[in-house]
Design a protein around this ligand. Structure first.
Ligand code: SAH
Length: 363
């Protein structure tokens, strides 16, 4: 039995069943055995591949977006470029290279990475060793000083914990992780109904919410509402809040049960962009989008960037560039799903700011 499974089972035996979001937070973030704490999960050998790992074009366009947004914010003399959950540091490295297009922007920059994983932080240090801007690391957004900033989060919100409520006998009950008769981890429902949840829905309906995501967005948007700050959030998810559960566990590119191998599979849930938008608006910021990732990247000029790269490429490299482009912007690539439609982006801006690059007033 894995060490983390034993820790979880002992804790439940001692304290009773735990909420799903607590379980997810422990599986991903336990200081010794948490999924992100112990490994580099990316790439062909890992559990999943993210957009910046598919092609340098992704990070480059995010860098250009940041440069344009800096202008929109009035080109402050100093600005923090903050990334939440920077993975291997690939996006930031590509973004900084592209940002050199503007000397003024490059020299205004100070990079702040918010990362909880010591393994990934070390990789980020290596990737960014040659970056000619100051880089610092933080475990929490709260530790990053306030002031002019551009915040980037790609595939960050999907790993923030979710909670489930299930309709049973006409009432909503929270889903808990408990132990079955053999002492193994199993899902169950809290015996007491949630008095405050009164929405009508058929029995069996599941409401998935992410209090941690809402809190994170409230913190971001509160900073942004003070002015001279903006955020670009890209992730897979849905534009309208609805019923249904999307929690999934991935191990070696295969789907497994979330309870099967705690700490050894990536646990994620689709991002509810409508709920993030509500949290940002309530904190006093403006929100643009969601737009699909495909739409955003095309508007930012990914096709032209691919053409420019292909001019300097071999035949084989040119084919790889075309394939990467298709994976990033289209809904399907052959028989595999692409990222173009499932992934979406929102921009969070100070109230009254002009429309950021890649977005429109109406989505
Ligand atoms: N943005 C990267 C990586 C996405 S994976 C990419 O696109 O390739 C999620 C990242 O968020 C990892 O770096 C992980 O260690 C980090 N992370 C997960 N939970 C976090 C938290 N609560 N606070 C800060 N970083 C977190």
């Amino acid at each position: 039995m894995s060490e983390l499974r034993r820790i979880l089972q002992d804790s439940i035996a001692h304290d009773g069943p735990m909420a799903l979001d607590t379980f997810m937070a422990v599986c991903l973030g336990h200081s010794r055995h948490g999924y992100y704490m112990t490994r580099d999960p990316f790439g062909v050998k890992g559990d999943f591949v993210t957009a910046p790992e598919i092609s340098q074009m992704f990070g480059e366009l995010v860098g250009l977006w940041a440069a344009e947004t800096w202008m929109t914010l009035g080109a402050p003399e100093k600005i923090r470029l903050i990334e939440l959950g920077p993975g291997r540091g690939t996006l930031m490295s590509d973004a900084l290279r592209a940002a050199r297009i503007s000397n003024e922007f490059s020299s205004a920059l100070d990079v702040h990475l918010v990362e909880t994983s010591p393994v990934l932080r070390e990789m980020q240090e290596q990737t960014l060793a040659q970056a000619n801007v100051p880089v610092s690391w933080h475990k929490n957004l709260d530790d990053v000083p306030e002031g002019p900033s551009i915040i980037i989060a790609n595939e960050f919100f999907d790993c923030l914990p979710v909670r489930h409520y299930v309709k049973a006998s006409g009432q909503w009950h929270q889903r808990l992780v408990g132990l079955d008769a053999q002492g193994d981890l199993s899902f169950g429902l809290a015996p007491d109904a949630e008095a405050l949840l009164t929405m009508d829905a058929p029995d069996g309906a599941v409401l998935e919410i992410s209090p941690a995501s809402q809190l994170m967005m409230t913190q971001l948007a509160t900073r942004i509402a003070k002015g001279q700050a903006a955020a670009l959030i890209i992730d897979y998810g849905y534009a309208e809040t609805g019923y249904g559960e999307t929690l999934q566990a991935l191990r070696a590119h295969k789907s497994v049960s979330p309870l099967e191998c705690p700490g050894e599979a990536d646990l994620t849930a689709h991002v509810d962009f409508a709920s993030l938008t509500r949290a940002a608006l309530a904190a006093g910021a403006d929100v643009f989008g969601p737009v699909s990732q495909g739409e955003l990247l095309m508007r930012l000029g990914i096709a032209q960037r691919a053409d420019a790269l292909k001019k300097r490429a071999s035949e084989e490299q040119a084919q790889a560039i075309d394939l990467a482009l298709a994976r990033l912007v289209t809904e399907r690539v052959g028989s595999s799903p692409g990222m173009g439609t499932l992934f979406k982006a929102i921009a969070v801006m100070p109230r009254g700011a002009s429309v950021p690059a890649g977005f429109r007033r109406e989505a």
